[in-house]
Design a binder for this molecule. Sequence first.
Ligand SMILES: Nc1nc2c(c(=O)[nH]1)N[C@H]1C(S)=C(S)[C@@H](COP(=O)(O)O)O[C@H]1N2
Ligand SMILES: [Mo]
Length: 319
Amino acid sequence: MLIRRRRSWEIAEREATPEALFVARRSLLKAGAAALVAETLWPQQLFAASDPTADLYPAKRNPAFKLDRPLTPESVNTHYNNFYEFSMSKDAGQLASVLPIRPWSVHIDGLVEKPQTLAIDDLIRRMPLEERLYRHRCVETWAMTIPWTGFPLKTLVDYAKPLAGAKYIRFQTFKEPKVAPGQRQFWYPWPYTEGLTMAEATNDLAFMVTGAYGKPLAKCFGAPLRLAVPWKYGFKSIKSIVRISFVAERPKTFWETLGPSEYGFWANVNPNVPHPRWSQATEEMIGTGGQRRPTLLFNGYGEEVAGLYKGITGEKLFM
Ligand SMILES: Nc1nc2c(c(=O)[nH]1)N[C@H]1C(S)=C(S)[C@@H](COP(=O)(O)O)O[C@H]1N2
Ligand SMILES: [Mo]
């Protein structure tokens, strides 16, 4: 349960943790019970016991990605996560420590020259790792800043050699209900899926994350492989990826399936387009004692990505 002090200028809708609540209202879920089960299993382990790629960190920082605000401390970030496979609350990340992340395979399939399955360590070692400082903005109106390590998604796209018919990429998270209590809640469309257009996926900002804070990725952040698309609301940045499919049709995503009027395919950050149940005008910087800042269009990455959406009409680009 999130305990927050109300400020006079905060609107009432912000009391919700909206993504979770949306489903809670509809399905009478017993998240508390599920969380309790996971807690008894928690071996206090945030990383793989010994990460086979540990020697690659810290990777060299790419100075092109600058921040306008301080980094969110690691200890704050690892205790404030959305990871619905494990819990509806922000403690989900801690509960995720039961997830086995080795061995781990990533399937590359669909409209590619040669579908293949890669062991995660082979994949990571094949890719050019670098560190980037990114903003991160959840649709629930909280925000963070993180030093991610990873590689441009474009490098993986080039490696996969998509066929001409590939118009979108569909990403899929693991499905292990025995390990992830949230996945025993059968009314969710597990596994978690997300999608990007090929133009979005090959934009330089689209980043495949394998590490954070100069180390291999902690499980709470979506180890061993997650996406970071910082100009979009956080739910687009799918965690713990096992399958990357090149497809012709726009994939229907996890959140779009649950609430199409609230969570769409595009989900680009825009302060002037409110969520149906709350304003997106400002955001709370987690770990700063409740400081709020004005939300930035495309989360401040408009220069890099606004061009992707020129000429697209009749689409809810900001939801
Ligand atoms: N598989 C999976 N990926 C996910 C989620 C999730 O519940 N499951 N939550 C999303 C949401 S809503 C956000 S805001 C970010 C949270 O990332 P963080 O915990 O690293 O801040 O992950 C996204 N990726
Ligand atoms: Mo989110």
